[in-house]
Write a protein that binds this ligand. Structure first.
Ligand code: HSE
Length: 283
């Protein structure tokens, strides 16, 4: 039996569309159990990711059972698919004896997921910046600043990434591109420096949130409330519908006040305050 622990991740963090990422302290445990009979759903993304590693290393995958303890909300913009892919790739690497490097697994995981912003922190933990360069993933990773905590707010409905990507424009105005380059750069600097004041100016976006917010009723209301309650930043997590507010570690008032406010918003919202995770996927 092999057990892989994988973390939730948030991507984009406002202006850093498809490049910024952060691991959060919410985890799934995935057990891979050798079996005589293969009951596994072959469409399962964990299974497919493990099998991909077997296939690439020229080995045949034996029958296995997969059991999961799931704490990462599914299809909510918290990297549940990246967590499954990371777990499958890591288990496949060990079970097949392929002995691939972490960077090779990140490449394969990114190919399966389609973009690297959840995959890189799912494997490595911490705060990450990732970008594709001629088909290869190039990334920066640093331990996340421990002085921030994260109010993770999610509704009872799911939002498939494909749907949330489907509402994005094919082209954007040059001025919007310039705006986001500035904000994403400031955001990155603020996360690395642990500068909460800078975050307040950095968390603005013109690339995806304006187009996606119609898919998340109450989005503006929650963002405005988060700001008025003293959040350092607040944004759509990945493709949504989760909204995350970054708080100072010593903020003791936000959680209660926001939980009360969320009762008024359609969608039975849940709020959990969690720390960052500097630990990536582990066996
Ligand atoms: N960067 C991706 C998006 C994350 O916003 O569509 C979701 O997988």
């Amino acid at each position: 039996m092999l057990e892989v622990t994988v973390k939730a991740t948030t991507a984009n963090l406002g202006p850093g569309f498809d490049c910024l990422g952060l691991a959060l302290n919410i985890e799934n445990k995935v057990k891979f159990i050798k079996s005589d009979k293969d009951f596994t759903d072959k469409n399962n993304i964990i299974y497919q990711s493990a099998k991909k590693i077997f296939d690439l290393s020229g080995k045949t995958m034996p029958p296995i059972e997969i059991e999961q303890e799931i704490n990462i909300p599914i299809c909510r913009g918290l990297g549940s698919s990246a967590a499954c892919i990371a777990a499958g790739c890591i288990a496949g690497n060990i079970m097949s004896g392929a002995n691939m490097s972490l960077d090779e697994l990140i490449e394969i995981g990114t190919e399966i997921e389609g973009h690297p912003d959840n995959i890189v922190p799912a494997f490595l933990g911490g705060f990450t910046v990732s970008s594709m360069d001629e088909g290869k993933v190039v990334y920066f990773r640093q331990d996340a600043y421990e002085g921030f905590k994260y109010a993770v707010m999610y509704p009872d409905y799911t939002l498939p990434t494909s749907q949330a990507r489907g509402v994005l424009p094919k082209e954007i105005a040059f001025s919007d591109g310039v705006f986001n380059v500035g904000k994403a750069s400031l955001f990155t600097a603020a996360m690395i420096a642990g500068d909460g004041e800078l975050l307040k100016y950095a968390c603005k976006d013109k690339l995806h949130q304006p187009y996606r917010k119609s898919l998340v009723p109450g989005f503006d209301d929650i963002i405005d409330k988060a700001q008025s309650l003293g959040a350092l930043a607040s944004f759509l997590s990945g493709a949504g519908p989760t909204i995350i507010a970054i708080l100072s570690k010593d903020d003791n008032d936000f959680e209660t006040a926001m939980k009360e406010h969320l009762k008024k918003i359609k969608g039975k919202w849940t709020l959990k305050v969690v720390g960052p995770s500097n630990e990536g996927a582990r066996v």
